[in-house]
Ligand binder design. Structure first.
Ligand code: HEC
Ligand code: HEC
Length: 419
């Protein structure tokens, strides 16, 4: 070996050693980033989609797991004949190709509502439905928008008539024969709605048995729709692949699933930023109600959220204890032992799932915040005195907001539902 070659070899060796020394901190730092303590692993497991239990059955709806009911429910969900202008179906505001949500700040059917459309992801796991939880089951929930003048603008008598005309066979195969009411003596503009005196009058002048028969068909329609809506669940996202790899101790699969920035965001999410105080469990929601201090849009009347809904769900004719429910009294513990201390829930709204959150701007109950970045800035800028007790995160820097933003984007995945 001549002198020149030796020199080149020693330069190479020196360079290689320098390179390794340069990379060492980065390698060990990256290992640190991806090393989770047993406590942290328990949190990762709790957020992992594999922790989602099988779809629960709803004791108030004995058809909730009936595939035939889900099949009818799917048709009804997409059927715009169930609306006053023949143009609005559930899918108008909850389109299946957009996480069953829209991109409007305030939902729009026949008119405009005062809240934003909620995504339908894993709703079967929810005890309370709507931003304020004024319904205690998916079937009771489905019956709300249909009679709302700004959503479907329809009536329960019109529903009975659509079922009779278009779904008689399917309906009776599931729920038994349709009651015997001839269409001629069904006053179509009749519903128990205090805001619509003409329809209310037409409704209360019907004999009680007839009202109950019509409402029975209406309730069954809600049960079929609920059997479908309840099947909509997320599939594994990149976060889930990462969590699974971390739990199995598979570093290469961890590195393949999420970037370092996304993992830093995850660390903040479950650590310093304390997001899991509320966005916990495999659906990233504790299902509870919190006032996080989102200001109400100026154009809208004040919205007291959960505190107003407590009386509504107790009075709801379609609640778990009502005559149209299939539940035994003992199945209705959630309703019977609900926290009725309204003062605790003023301005509180249901913690939304964060699954697929990046796909559905704008955010919050009235679409007040246009982007994920702005949501994070909103959380950061809440001064300690303005923050709810459980929003106790420390100061978040700009790079940390970027990492949280990157992490939230790993929660997206296609939805799965009964087709
Ligand atoms: C005009 C648009 C619109 C239509 C039509 C509509 N929804 Fe909604 N949906 C909303 C809005 C807005 C909310 C939240 C309302 C609130 O909190 O007061 C919501 C909430 C829900 C929720 C509650 C989700 C949760 O996590 O609590 C479910 C379930 C739902 N809708 C299903 C349906 C079904 C089923 C239909 C058809 C029978 C339907 N929606 C029709 C706009 C609409
Ligand atoms: C005290 C409970 C609580 C904590 C802690 C919390 N959130 Fe929320 N989050 C909520 C509630 C409640 C809403 C809905 C508020 C509303 O609409 O008025 C919400 C809304 C959101 C939304 C909008 C979702 C949508 O569909 O509109 C995002 C994104 C979000 N939170 C992310 C986070 C992140 C990130 C953290 C940690 C920095 C965090 N949250 C901490 C309760 C909480």
């Amino acid at each position: 070996m001549n002198k020149g070659n030796r020199l080149i070899k020693s330069i190479y060796t020196t360079l290689l050693i320098a390179l390794i020394m340069l990379l060492m901190p980065a390698i060990s730092w990256s290992l640190d980033l991806h090393t989770w303590s047993e406590d942290e692993k328990a949190v990762l497991r709790s957020l992992w989609i594999g922790s989602l239990p099988p779809l629960p059955e709803d004791p108030s709806n004995k058809y909730s797991a009936d595939p035939k009911a889900a099949d009818l429910g799917r048709k009804l969900f997409f059927d715009s004949r169930l609306s006053g202008n023949l143009k609005v179906s559930c899918a108008t505001c909850h389109p299946s190709n957009m996480n069953f949500a829209d991109s409007l700040p305030l939902a729009h059917g026949i008119g405009t509502t005062t809240r934003r459309t909620m995504p339908l992801i894993g709703t079967a796991y929810s005890t309370w439905l709507f931003w304020d939880g004024r319904k205690d089951s998916l079937w009771a929930q489905a019956l709300g928008p249909i009679e709302s003048p700004v959503e479907h603008g329809f009536t329960r008598t019109q529903c009975a008539s659509v079922i009779m005309e278009h779904y008689k066979k399917e309906y009776s195969e599931i729920f038994g024969p349709l009651p015997d009411f001839s269409e001629r003596d069904l006053p179509l503009q009749a519903k128990p709605s205090a805001d619509e005196p003409v329809a209310l009058k037409a409704w209360i002048t019907l004999p009680r048995e007839k009202r109950e028969a019509i409402t029975g068909v209406y309730a069954n329609m809600g049960k079929a729709i609920a059997a479908f809506v309840g099947t909509i669940v997320p599939t594994p996202s990149r976060f889930d692949l990462y969590a699974e790899a971390a739990l199995r101790g598979n570093p290469s699969a961890m590195l393949a699933a999420m970037t370092n920035d996304e993992v830093k965001g995850l660390r903040l999410f479950i650590g310093k930023a304390k997001c899991t105080n509320c966005h916990s469990g495999p659906l990233f929601t504790n299902g509870g109600f919190h006032n996080v201090g989102v200001p109400q849009p100026e154009k809208l009347p004040p919205d007291s959220g959960r505190s107003d809904a407590i009386a509504k769900v107790l009075a709801d004719e379609f609640n778990c204890l009502g005559i149209y429910s299939d539940a035994k009294r003992s199945d209705c513990a959630e309703l019977r032992f609900m926290d009725t201390a309204t003062y605790k829930y003023f301005g509180a709204f249901k913690t939304p799932t964060l699954r697929n959150v990046a796909e559905r701007a704008p955010y919050m109950h009235a679409g007040q915040i246009p982007s994920l970045r702005k949501v994070l800035e909103f959380y950061r800028d809440l001064k300690p005195g303005q923050r709810a007790a459980d929003l106790e995160h420390g100061d978040l820097t700009d790079p940390e907001l970027e990492q949280l933003d990157a992490f939230l984007r790993t929660l997206s995945s296609p939805l799965k539902f009964a087709e």
